[in-house]
Design a protein. Structure first.
Length: 125
């Protein structure tokens, strides 16, 4: 069994798999830029884009380090979405994952610092 099945809820996997594939096919500009740097950089571990964990889809996940990277656009500043993001983060952390978030603006204006912070987080495990 591959990592996708190991981290996913089997009851919702097929539906989430289709949605994740669509999200990978049409990433946001910030996700696309970040993914190109993340893949090309020498981070030392493999990341998955739009990876299913439980009933959630993480923007980027390193299964080895149980590290999730979320890239948040303006949508995430809406009150309802903030609550949803907090609940999601709490669930992921209860299940052994670490979640770090960056805004689109951070990706566009300060990508080097973003990558440094990720390296720092990777070293914690």
């Amino acid at each position: 069994m591959g990592y996708s099945y190991q981290t996913a809820d089997p009851m919702t996997y097929r539906l989430l798999k289709e949605f994740a594939a669509k999200q990978r096919a049409i990433p946001t500009e910030a996700e696309s830029l970040f993914w190109n740097f993340l893949r090309a950089s020498q981070m030392g571990v493999r990341y998955r884009h739009q990876h299913i964990i439980g009933e959630y889809i993480a923007d980027f996940a390193c299964v080895t380090n149980k590290l999730i990277i979320e890239i948040d656009g303006l949508y995430h500043s809406l009150p309802e979405q903030k609550i949803s993001d907090e609940e999601r983060t709490e669930w992921l952390e209860r299940n052994g994952w670490r979640v770090i978030r960056f805004t689109n603006e951070e990706i566009f204006s300060n990508l080097e610092n973003v990558l440094e912070r990720i390296k720092d987080e990777q070293e914690k495990r």
